[in-house]
Design a protein. Structure first.
Length: 262
């Protein structure tokens, strides 16, 4: 399938590694010009160079701490100046720390809000004039399978991923008249550093072996394995492309059948 991304420009948040990097690479492989945002200048520049070498696409790395309004402003200003506009926005952010209600003070709640929800609000606001000017404006947010079923021990993520879904569902309705399609992806157990870190933290907390923790998680997945970042990225690339002409306001799980909720 031709995703019709040749000559299109996509901005991908938190793209130095993991799901963000996989999404940027998938979009570039389909011909899109990509702007990768990441907190550390050296790391994000290296990620962009990797994509340029592998795909031959134009890829720009921009250092940006997405919890800072000024950094988001500069990110989108640079993207628009460099490429002339934005067609697709991939909302992504690292996960907040694991824990239960009694573990978190106000400062930690505020940090999680700024990272996982306010960053999306600010990014959409900054990208919106350009998305409206595009004939195929697309927004895809990467949340979590917790948008359908809360995950034990991930209170902060459960709260703010649900908030992100509320934001994108509302935006899908409000921006439909502008031809902008807005969807949310809920990753399940995708083999990323984040998932491995969470498994290690759980194993330590429960005083169990890492192998036992991972085996228990795998037993809940009907496909019997973790997903690969590239598998999720291909879904994102479609939703973020002009080939997607009629899918909007959806929350799609990429979880190997793990979540049983209707």
């Amino acid at each position: 399938m031709d995703l019709q991304l040749e000559g299109r420009t996509a901005v991908v948040l938190a793209a130095s590694r993991g799901l963000g990097f996989a999404c940027a690479r998938a979009l570039a492989a389909e011909g899109a010009r990509v702007v990768l945002a990441g907190r550390h200048e050296g790391t994000i520049a290296e990620a962009a160079e990797h994509i340029r070498r592998e795909t031959g696409a134009e890829a720009l790395g921009q250092a940006a701490d997405i919890t800072r309004a000024e950094d988001i402003h500069n990110l989108f200003g640079t993207a628009i100046t460099h490429f002339g506009g934005i067609d697709s926005l991939i909302l992504n952010a690292g996960g907040p720390p694991p824990g239960r209600f009694d573990d978190f003070d106000d400062e930690t709640w505020q940090q999680a809000f700024e990272l996982n929800l306010l960053s999306a609000v600010r990014s959409v606001r900054a990208a919106l004039p350009s998305l409206r000017a595009s004939d195929a404006g697309r927004v895809v947010s990467i949340a979590s399978s917790s948008i359908r079923e809360p995950i034990d021990g991930l209170l902060l993520s459960n709260v703010f991923r649900a908030g992100l879904l509320g934001l994108t569902k509302t935006l899908a309705a409000e921006l439909a008249g502008d031809g902008i399609l807005v969807n949310t992806i809920g990753p399940g157990r995708i083999d990323t550093e984040r998932v491995r870190e969470l498994d290690a933290a759980r194993a330590e907390r429960e005083q169990r072996s890492l192998e036992a923790v991972r085996g228990e998680s795998l037993s809940r997945i009907p496909l019997g394995r973790h997903g690969e970042p590239a598998e999720l990225a291909r879904v994102v690339a479609f939703l973020a492309s002009p080939a997607n002409g009629y899918v909007t306001s959806q929350a799609l799980l990429v979880d190997g059948g793990m979540v049983r909720a209707l």
